[in-house]
Design a binder for this molecule. Structure first.
Ligand code: ACO
Length: 369
């Protein structure tokens, strides 16, 4: 039987930090509010583009699998913040990786994008059209954040993570055992960036509408339900109970969402991987970064049973059970190196502050709610 299993993993974490204390200097907020309401202490801000981080994380995943870029026949980049709409971030990343034999495309399902991509790539491998897929989540979300809107700006960060997914023929099931992805109708404007595409208004462009806006508490409520219920369904389909799960890797949007969803699922908090304090919500990059860090920290053992769950703009959701293989250490290593720079997070977002300051903010999320 043909399965698709993860043989390599990697991440690219931009060096510049934007802490809660930094945010206190530019908006009316506090470390205390952000920490207790979200679990976030700091986030990373990238100077390089989404595809640069995608290529770095991808290159590390390829090395961890003991492969070379030419072996890759498919690249899927989960992103809602591509360098350009035309071409895709995957196209830029393919060139930067030197993956000359790969088809490449972006998949935008916002924060559920990595799981959507993992499911799509798994099915392409199982269907026999591809054998070696690089599935990347990469985001430079700060480009779509208005740092004058405290209701959204504190939540997001930049970064990338990746896995290499390879075909294996064996009797024992491995890789994704059960999965689902979905989208709730009529919720597009609950979490969106109104002027990030072709949809424009007759008014002079309102700068704040380039940025992410959301109905935070409504998204919060739906996120808990979506993550808990979809996880319950994929666990049942795999024939697992919550006690069978060795580690759960949820999307990291708010630690209170993670706590509420996993409590409902009955998964002990010691089994839930949480790294939101360091990175905030990196949307499509969140789960592959968390998976890579779980492996680096020895939290995943050979044969481990994993559960993934995510939700995001759309509103999308996805969940999956994943049977890990035998290897939990990289075959080879690749050191991710960002270009040398002395800029801090607060330095890098100055352009953003000027942009949104110039085009004063009429419509913030607070106004939208
Ligand atoms: N600092 C200080 N005060 C703030 C801040 C801030 N950064 N942001 C909001 N507040 C204030 C509000 O103005 C409000 O004040 P008021 O009571 O005087 O009106 C008060 O804090 C409470 O605001 P709430 O919105 O009720 O706070 P809540 O506890 O719901 O937390 C949050 C807000 C963190 C945004 C939460 O609703 C949340 O996490 N929602 C889900 C967000 C999410 O997961 N988005 C997914 C994005 S994924 C993607 O696809 C890109």
């Amino acid at each position: 039987m043909r399965y698709a299993t993860i043989t390599g993993w990697g991440k690219a974490i931009p060096p510049a930090i934007l802490s809660n204390a930094d945010l206190e200097t530019i908006m009316e907020t506090s470390d205390e509010w952000i920490s207790t309401r979200t679990g976030i202490k700091e986030r990373r801000i990238a100077e390089v583009e989404t595809s640069d981080m995608a290529a770095m994380a991808g290159r590390q995943a390829i090395a961890a699998a003991g492969k070379s870029p030419e072996d890759v026949d498919l690249i899927v980049v989960a992103t809602c913040s591509p360098d350009t709409l035309l071409p895709s971030a995957a196209a830029w990343a393919q060139t930067k990786l030197g993956a000359t034999n790969a088809a490449a495309f972006d998949l935008n399902a916002a924060c559920s994008g990595f799981l959507y991509s993992l499911i799509v790539a798994t099915n392409m491998i199982k269907g026999g059209t591809h054998k070696c897929a690089l599935v990347i989540g990469s985001e430079k979300l700060h480009s779509f954040v208005n740092f004058r809107d405290r209701t959204t700006a504190v939540l997001f960060g930049d970064g990338a993570g990746a896995v290499l997914l390879e075909a294996v023929d064996q009797d024992e099931p491995t890789g994704l055992l059960s999965s689902e992805m979905g989208l709730e109708v009529g919720t597009e404007e609950l979490l969106w960036a109104p002027q990030s595409g072709t949809k424009t208004y007759t008014d002079e462009a309102i700068a704040s509408e380039r940025a992410i806006q959301m109905g935070g508490s409504e998204v919060f409520r739906r996120a808990v339900t979506m993550m808990a219920e979809s996880s319950e369904r994929v666990l049942a389909e795999a024939g697992w109970t919550s006690e069978d799960v060795d580690i759960m890797i949820p999307h990291q949007a708010n630690v209170r969402i993670i706590d509420a969803a996993t409590r409902r699922l009955g998964i002990d908090e010691s089994k839930v991987f949480v790294n939101i304090a360091s990175y905030g919500n990196t949307s499509g990059a969140t789960i592959p970064i968390a998976l890579t860090e779980a492996l680096e920290e020895g939290r995943i053992e050979p044969g481990a049973k994993l559960v993934f769950a995510a939700f995001g703009a759309g509103l999308t959701w996805a969940a999956a059970t994943f049977q890990w293989g035998d290897r939990v250490t990289p075959i080879d290593t690749y050191d991710v190196e960002f270009p040398a720079s002395s800029l801090t997070g607060i330095d890098i977002i100055q352009a953003n502050l000027e942009y949104f300051g110039r085009n004063d903010v009429a419509a913030t999320s607070e106004a939208a709610e």
